[in-house]
Design a protein around this ligand. Structure first.
Ligand code: NI
Length: 174
């Protein structure tokens, strides 16, 4: 496994809609493992392929609270597709590894059903709510070139983007 560098917004890859994978073969499986390692190391609960500069529709997530003694429970998805969403909305204070140190309340459908290929290329369907629902929708947004600040008012968005730009500038100097 290999840890990959995470892109900080703005970057062309983060603003690009990714292409579907044909099948989950050994190369995609390795990519999923590398992305999990990168996500655990960050640490984060979700990561989309374009955040590590790969433009295919792959995401990983793990919502287990290992600090509370829960076992890791990774979920790997290729070509995820929301096939149903609830009418009622939920609000969550979201963050993003590509927009470090900043959080904002984002409203999304409270429950979604998602169809995807797992790490064995098997078709799966899962229902997600609460944090998991926000996480999977946030990562699918990434695959469509959307970051969470795109859901905010222009005022809130600009405040966060300016602060992240400063952080990014500081990282480039190092
Ligand atoms: Ni993100």
């Amino acid at each position: 496994m290999a840890k990959l560098p995470i892109l900080i917004n703005p970057e062309p890859a983060l603003q690009t809609k990714s292409e579907s994978v044909g099948e989950v073969n050994s190369a995609v499986r390795k990519q999923m493992q590398d992305m999990l390692e990168t996500m655990y190391d960050a640490p984060g609960i979700g990561l989309a392929a374009n955040q590590v500069n790969v433009l295919n529709r792959v995401l990983v997530m793990d919502l287990a609270d290992t600090a509370k003694g829960e076992d890791k429970s990774p979920i790997c998805m290729a070509n995820p597709e929301i096939i149903w969403e609830s009418d009622n909305l939920s609000s969550w204070n979201e963050g993003c590894l590509s927009l470090p140190e900043h959080y904002a309340e984002v409203k999304r459908p409270a429950i979604v059903r998602v169809k995807y290929l797992d790490e064995n290329n098997d078709l799966q369907e899962g229902e997600f709510e609460g944090l998991a629902s926000h996480c999977v929708q946030h990562e699918i947004d990434h695959l469509n070139g959307i970051v969470f600040t795109d859901h905010l008012s222009r005022l809130k968005r600009n405040i966060i983007l300016k602060k992240v730009a400063k952080i990014k500038k500081g990282m480039d100097i190092l």
